[in-house]
Structures are given as structure tokens and as C-alpha cells.
Design a protein around this ligand. Structure first.
Ligand SMILES: [Ca+2]
Ligand SMILES: [Ca+2]
Length: 268
């Protein structure tokens, strides 16, 4: 009898453990890629996956919202105005007739999935609502643009109950003005652009701009059209060359992708 009870407890434990593992994995998460929509943005530290490697001002990224189960929950990004000054989140393809950013809805989100965006006194919200017939996979896609140097920390919130508490190693600087569960934090570090001529590629033309100011003292302005003084010590020298070299031949945007009109001023 004792052995039977022991086996029963073991089986029950396995069932519960299996359920918890299933519940833990049944999540909606954000995945960050470069502008090519394929290459993942590498983390700065493999042990802290939500903090990514530094990106240049003017860099465009793509953010996929993915579910590993059918019946994904409704989620929402929210940025305070302070955060939005650092980085801009943009849904795609607004259809005015139905009030939906249809370009951000991917097939797995189901028919009549809905993406809306609003701006109020406190900040910017992007609401992502999968349809009743959503399936596992990539549900939505958004664009992200690095606007100013500094840190931009964005929270992804679930607007319904999540299966188990999610462990978050950091929180966005500003709490959202609504009740929701923080399920993921994206933290982007923006550094001065090395693409001095704004053609989206760091190459010899940009190197020539830096070399043309070699040894000179300049006024440091990381967002100026030409900002060869990358470390801000008001002199262009080998230290700036080393920082420049870290992004050699990198692109800030995908080939053939033009900046949106409201972002042109922010792209150095
Ligand atoms: Ca360039
Ligand atoms: Ca310098």
C-alpha cells in the first residue's frame, strides 16, 4: 500500500511538473532582429539576454512578437515620453478605414488581429491583440528606431493573466498607467553614429570624414551631421578611430529601406 501511494505521488508530481513546464513555456515573447528581419540582435552579455549590444543612433531594428502556443494573450508595449525621446516604436501599414496597422499583423495572429497605437499625456502605447484563431508562431512585427544616444528601456506587458510569474531582471524606468503584468524588458543602448554621411552604411566615405578632422579639436555633438569625435573628448584621434572601427561596414538599415519622413531629422 505504501509503495502504491509512493508511486501515485511520483506520477502526480510528474504530471504537475509537466503542467508547470508547459505553462511556463506557453508565453508571448519579443524577439529583436536587425532591419533585415532575419539576423538576431546579439546580447551584450549572454547571461542577460534582454540587454543587447550597443547600436548606433539611426539604427533600425525589427521586433517580432511570438507565441509558442495557440490562444496567445493580448500584449502591449508602453513607452513614457522620456523613453520615446530615446527610441521610437512603429507599427506598420495603417489602414485608416478599419483603424488597424494591418502591416504589423502576421499570419499566425489570425484573421482580424488588431494592432493599435495611441499617444496621450504620459506616453505611447502599442496594443497587440491576436485573433480568436491565432496559432503559435510570429504574431506581429514592429519597427524600432534608435533616436538619441543613451539607454532606451521598453516594457512588454500582458493584459491578461499569465500562467506563472515571469522573472524580470530589470524594469523600465517609468511604470505604465494601467494594470498589466510585465512579461519582458527590452533594453537598447544607443551610441553615436559612425555613418557620418547618413547613407546607412559605415564605410570609406565615413572614414574620410573622420580622417579629414584627424588631430583637430572639435565641438562634441553626438547627434550632429558630422560627429567624428565619438568619445566626446573634443579631439579626433586614435580613440575615435578605435570606436569607429567597431562598426566598420555595418548598416543601420536594410538595403533599399528608406527612413520614414518623421525619422529623417533624427538620422545623422
Ligand atoms: Ca556612410
Ligand atoms: Ca575624441
Amino acid at each position: 500500500m505504501g509503495q502504491t501511494c509512493f508511486r501515485a505521488v511520483c506520477v502526480l508530481s510528474l504530471v504537475v511538473a509537466g503542467f508547470q513546464a508547459s505553462a511556463a513555456s506557453a508565453m508571448v515573447t519579443a524577439r529583436v532582429c536587425l532591419a533585415d528581419e532575419v539576423t538576431p540582435l546579439a546580447p551584450a552579455d549572454p547571461n542577460v539576454p534582454e540587454v543587447y549590444r550597443d547600436i548606433m543612433v539611426g539604427t533600425r531594428l525589427t521586433i517580432f512578437i511570438t507565441s509558442d502556443t495557440a490562444k496567445p494573450c493580448r500584449v502591449k508595449f508602453w513607452l513614457s515620453w522620456e523613453t520615446e525621446r530615446q527610441g521610437a516604436l512603429s507599427p506598420r501599414g495603417y489602414d485608416e478605414s478599419i483603424g488597424n496597422y494591418v502591416g504589423s499583423c502576421l499570419p499566425a495572429a489570425g484573421e482580424r488581429a488588431l494592432v493599435t497605437m495611441y499617444r496621450d499625456d504620459l506616453g505611447v502605447g502599442v496594443d497587440l491583440l491576436p485573433a480568436w484563431n491565432a496559432t503559435a508562431g510570429d504574431l506581429f512585427i514592429l519597427d524600432y528606431g534608435a533616436v538619441n544616444t543613451g539607454v532606451c528601456t521598453i516594457g512588454l506587458y500582458a493584459l491578461s493573466a499569465v500562467p506563472i510569474p515571469v522573472v524580470i531582471s530589470q524594469e523600465p524606468p517609468d511604470p505604465p498607467p494601467f494594470e498589466a503584468t510585465l512579461i519582458q524588458v527590452l533594453s537598447f543602448h544607443h551610441v553615436p553614429s559612425r555613418d557620418f554621411d547618413g547613407d546607412t552604411l559605415v564605410n570609406f566615405v565615413d572614414y574620410a570624414s573622420l580622417a579629414g578632422l584627424w588631430g583637430q579639436s572639435v565641438v562634441s555633438d553626438p547627434n550632429a551631421a558630422v560627429a567624428a569625435d565619438l568619445n566626446g573628448d573634443e579631439r579626433v584621434d586614435v580613440r575615435d578611430l578605435a570606436l569607429f572601427g567597431e562598426y566598420w561596414l555595418e548598416r543601420t538599415q536594410a538595403v533599399g529601406l528608406s527612413p520614414e519622413p518623421n525619422e529623417i531629422d533624427s538620422v545623422p
